[in-house]
Design a protein around this ligand. Structure first.
Ligand SMILES: NC(=O)c1ccc[n+]([C@@H]2O[C@H](COP(=O)([O-])OP(=O)(O)OC[C@H]3O[C@@H](n4cnc5c(N)ncnc54)[C@H](OP(=O)(O)O)[C@@H]3O)[C@@H](O)[C@H]2O)c1
Length: 252
């Protein structure tokens, strides 16, 4: 197979990022896959190369660490598609979650995504390229019980839509993906494995639809019909009503 394109996927050692890595390889992308758990990345890369015959390079990196972030950003020049997917959530009452953990989440969900998006736009200024930033349906309304997570994703949604408009004339395609509940390790990390929300989608469905939408030039995609209705509905109903409904979804 002739490789014409290269993608860098953050948070590729599990869940949505892992599936992005496979699906991109199927679509002819060589991939650089980044996360902290190198062993898992190595297994995924080996499997991609064995099953699909496409090169995949595992790269260990903690994107909350400034040095690692800079090292990853140095690879962006030759990357045709950057997928800022690494992220995590924290579920619980605002006053109970430790500030240090929330600061780490802000660093990853906002800081790393912002930094790589910025560097990519600068480094590829005269070339253009593609970016998919992963937000969440939680970006569409404040979520009591997940207040800081939802706020980080509101940042991702807002930044990505604005930058998409700005960079389009320079040959960049920027899309923001907002999945609803998806069957990954997300809820184990967010709440110690206590819950999986009903009606969740598989990461395969989320990724396939996302890449199809990206190829069609969409700017913003919410995964699945029910999630689309929730996301657009949350902007129509009074804020107080939406807040109460969101709170009920996260109560034990
Ligand atoms: N699953 C859902 O219901 C859902 C819904 C909406 C949005 N999302 C978003 O989708 C994205 C992917 O999440 P997921 O559902 O696939 O969850 P996941 O299975 O927990 O995957 C998260 C990925 O992020 C990586 N990661 C975490 N901390 C990192 C760090 N400091 N540096 C580098 N990589 C790090 C993890 O790898 P390591 O631990 O190996 O570093 C892992 O590969 C996230 O942005 C999440 O907010 C998920």
């Amino acid at each position: 197979m002739i490789i014409l394109k290269r993608a860098l996927v953050t948070g590729a050692s599990s869940g949505i990022g892992e599936v992005f890595s496979y699906e991109l390889a199927k679509r002819g992308y060589e991939t650089i896959i980044v996360a902290r758990r190198l062993e898992r990345l190595q297994t995924i890369s080996d499997q991609i190369e064995r099953d699909l015959g496409v090169r995949s390079i595992p790269l260990k990196g903690d994107l909350t660490n400034e040095n690692d972030l800079v090292e990853v950003s140095k690879l962006l020049k030759d990357v045709d598609l950057l997928i800022n997917n690494a992220g995590f959530g924290l579920i619980g009452p605002f006053e109970d979650i430790e500030a240090d953990r929330e600061m780490q989440m802000i660093k990853l969900n906002i800081g790393a995504l912002y930094f790589l998006t910025k560097k990519y736009a600068l480094i590829r200024n005269s070339i253009g390229g593609g970016i998919i930033n992963v937000a969440s349906t939680a970006a569409y309304l404040p979520v009591p019980g997940m207040a800081v997570y939802a706020a980080t994703k509101a940042f991702v949604l807002s930044l990505s839509e604005a930058v998409s408009e700005e960079l389009q004339p320079k040959g960049f395609k920027v899309m923001v993906l907002s999945p609803g509940p998806t069957r990954t390790e997300f809820f184990d990390v967010a709440s110690g494995g206590r819950r999986q929300l009903p009606g969740s989608m598989s990461p395969e469905e989320v990724v396939k639809r996302a890449l199809d939408a990206f190829e069609k030039g969409k700017r913003s995609v919410v995964s699945g019909l029910i999630n689309k209705i929730i996301a657009s509905g949350s902007r129509l109903v009074p804020r107080a009503v939406a807040l109460k409904a969101a709170r009920r979804a996260f109560e034990d």
